[in-house]
Write a protein that binds this ligand. Sequence first.
Ligand code: IPM
Ligand code: MN
Length: 371
Amino acid sequence: METTAEAMKAVAAVGEVFGRRFELETFPWGADHYLKTGVTMPPNGYAMLRDQFDAIFIGALGDPRVADNRHARDILLGTRFELDLYVNYRPVKLLHERLCPLKNRSTADVNFVVFRENTEGLYVSVGGRFKAGTTDEIAIQEELNTYKGVHRIVRHAFEFAAANGRRSVCMADKSNAMAEGHALWQRVFRELAPQYPGIQPRHLYIDALALLMVQNPAQFDVIVTNNLFGDIITDLAAALQGGLGLAASGNLHPGRTSMFEPVHGSAPPLAGKNVANPMGAILSAALMLDYLGLRAEAAVIEAAVQEAVATGNGTQEIGGSLGTRETGDFIALQIRKPRGETQVDAVPEAVPDAAADRQPIGSAANPEEHQ
Ligand code: IPM
Ligand code: MN
C-alpha cells in the first residue's frame, strides 16, 4: 500500500510533465477488505478490470492475519489466470554497482530479462489432499504444461529478444528429472529456436541456471521458464540487482489489459513504518506506462529512479537514509525537473505486440517535446 502510493506519485508527476491526465480508480481489495467483508474479489471483479481499464496496478499482498493467503490467491493469481496474463515480465537491471552483492560487478554485468510462464505449471491448483490431517495424508499437486501455454511464452521470449536487440534466449527446465512435462518445453524450444536465426538459443537445467546466475550473471540476456521456477529465480535475480525492493514486474497478455506489480511482497515487519523501498513499485509503474505505449514517460521515471539510486537518495537497505515517502518525493522531484537537467537513460525495452494495439491514454501531447 505504502509503495503503491509512491508509484502513483511518480505517475502523477510524469503526467504533469507530459501534459497527460491519468484517470486512476482505486479498489480496496486486500486483506483488510477480506477480513471485514469476507470478499476477496467481487463476482464481476475480473471482468470489470478487463473491460473497463487500460491497465491494472497492484500493490503487495500477504497478511499474517490471513493464514491461508486466500485473498492473495484470488486477487493476484486469480487476475493472472482470469485475464490470461500469460507473460510474467521481470526485467533484472543493476542500477548501481554498489547494490550488487557479488564482488566486482558492473551495471553491465546484471542486465537481463526473465519471462516466467504465468498461467499454468504448478500454480493451477490441480490435485488434492486425501486423509488430510492424518498420518496417512496424501497430498498431490499436479504441474500443468500445455503446448499452447508453453509455445506462447517461449515465442514471446524470442519475439522480445528479436525486437530489443538481445542476443540469446535461455530456456530453463528440469527435463532431466521431470521427463514428461518438461519434454514438452524441450520440444517447443527446439521448434521455435530455428525461426529466430539471429538469436542464440541455449538450454539449462534450472538448478544449473541458479548456480550460473550467481557465478556470472553477465552471460544472461533473456531467460524463459515455467511458473514456479520463474518465481524462484526472480527472487534470486532481485538479490543481484540490490534486493526485492528494487524489482519490477508486469503480468501481460500482449495487446490486452495487463497488470503491473512490484516483485516484493507485503513485508509485514516493514509495513506501516515508512521504511519500505518504493523503487520496485515505481519501476513497475514505468513498465506499465511503457506497455501503454508511453515510452518516453516510462524512460523519465526510470531515469529518475536511477538518479535517486546514484545519489544515495533511497531507503536504508540500499544505503540511503530516506523513508518510503521521502524517496517517492525525491523521485517525483527528479521527474518534474525540466528535461535536459535529468539525463534520460536508454528508453526501456518494448514489449512485442503490446503498444501496437493500443492508443496512448490521456491527452495527445507530443512526448518528444519534453526530451
Ligand atoms: C510473486 C509472488 C506470488 C507468486 C505469491 C504471492 C503467490 O511470490 O509474484 O512472485 O508466487 O507468484
Ligand atoms: Mn515470488
